[in-house]
Design a protein around this ligand. Structure first.
Ligand code: TRP
Length: 330
């Protein structure tokens, strides 16, 4: 099993980022060969501030390490340090079809009404993502539900390339959808995703929040006056209650059903303090490591550079094969 996954380098990390991807990565690195990277090349597909991009790439790297991604076990790097990603993308641009990309939901969402003004990079974003995984002949790609379509596109590109050039160069990567509790919602509105851009800071738990702040945000989180049900369908129509149960389950590494089994019949007056304590205890060591590492630019850069070298070495044979297959002389 070779696992490859990327994450967009956003600043202001919160619980949603941690439970959405990072925690799963940490679990996987003991079981498989893993390559994890910061998708900084993808970040230029939208208008961006260069200084902020460098800062959030480093910040995200520090957060990943603080959360337990171990550069000794996994290969951790930022895309821009491995030019093979961009090279393979160009080579795959010959295989990807306009029609396929035209159907991508994320492009439609992000370009909105301004399709004509969207960047070529935004349109070709899924091709770079395909290159990210095919470059390492990934067998499994852990992503959330929202990236399913991009993964299917990577498979389509791989299959067409193999068929067009009569080769079996690319294995088709399997989608590895990670847990149901990974969609962490706002603490103020159970129907909106927890997001760094929500104007209300009370809507999210930041990785830098101190213990008291974490506990206070849970205490003030929106919930309801009913007791907790014993079965999951008892949470239907109770988005905030469901979110808090899901958060507990994800942090404790148990199924939401198991959380209900323990708290059925109790109200939020009992459940919230338990959740607050669990979160405070689990996030504290991560925050402490994160705070210690986040301003150590030299250390983070050195780790990313080392990861980049390892990744580049794995990528080179695939890239060479692709050039050769396409008849490109080098
Ligand atoms: N597009 C992914 C996201 O926004 C990030 C990403 C880039 C990715 N390249 C990847 C994920 C390759 C998995 C594999 O979440």
């Amino acid at each position: 099993m070779r696992v490859v996954s990327g994450i967009q380098p956003t600043g202001n990390l919160h619980l949603g980022n941690y439970l959405g991807a990072i925690k799963n990565w940490v679990k996987m690195q003991d079981r498989c060969e893993c390559l994890f990277f910061l998708a900084d090349l993808h970040a230029i597909s939208m208008p961006h501030n260069p200084a902020e991009l460098s800062a959030s790439t480093r910040e995200m790297a520090a957060a990943l390490i603080a959360a337990g991604v171990d550069p000794e076990k996994s290969i951790l790097f930022n895309q821009a340090r491995v030019p093979a990603h961009a090279e393979l993308q160009w080579l795959l641009n010959g295989t990807a079809r306009m029609g396929w990309l035209n159907r991508m939901i994320q492009f439609k969402d992000k370009s909105g009404k301004n399709r004509e003004g969207a960047s070529i990079a935004l349109f070709a974003y899924p091709v770079l993502q395909a290159a990210d995984v095919l470059l390492y002949k990934a067998t499994h790609v852990p992503v959330g539900e929202d990236q399913k379509q991009h993964l299917e596109l990577a498979r389509d590109i791989a299959a067409k390339f193999n068929a067009d050039y009569d080769t079996d160069l690319f294995p088709l990567p399997e989608l590895y959808i990670t847990g149901s509790a990974t969609r962490v919602m706002s603490l103020r509105d159970g129907r909106a995703k927890m997001s760094k851009s929500d104007p209300s800071d009370a809507s999210r738990i930041n990785l830098t929040d101190e213990d008291d702040m974490v506990a206070q945000k849970i205490r003030k989180a929106k919930s309801d006056a009913d007791v907790l049900p014993s079965e999951l369908d008892g949470l239907d129509g109770r988005a905030e209650a469901r979110n808090l149960i899901n958060i507990y389950a994800a942090v404790a590494d148990v199924e939401p059903q198991a959380v209900l089994a323990e708290y059925a019949g109790q109200g939020f007056g009992a459940f919230k303090p338990a959740l607050a304590e669990l979160l405070v205890e689990s996030l504290r060591p991560i925050r402490e490591r994160f705070v210690a590492l986040k301003d150590d630019v030299a250390a983070t850069d050195a780790l990313l550079a080392k990861g980049g070298e390892k990744a580049a070495a794995l990528a080179q044979p695939t890239l060479d094969e692709v050039y050769r297959t396409l008849g490109l002389l080098r």
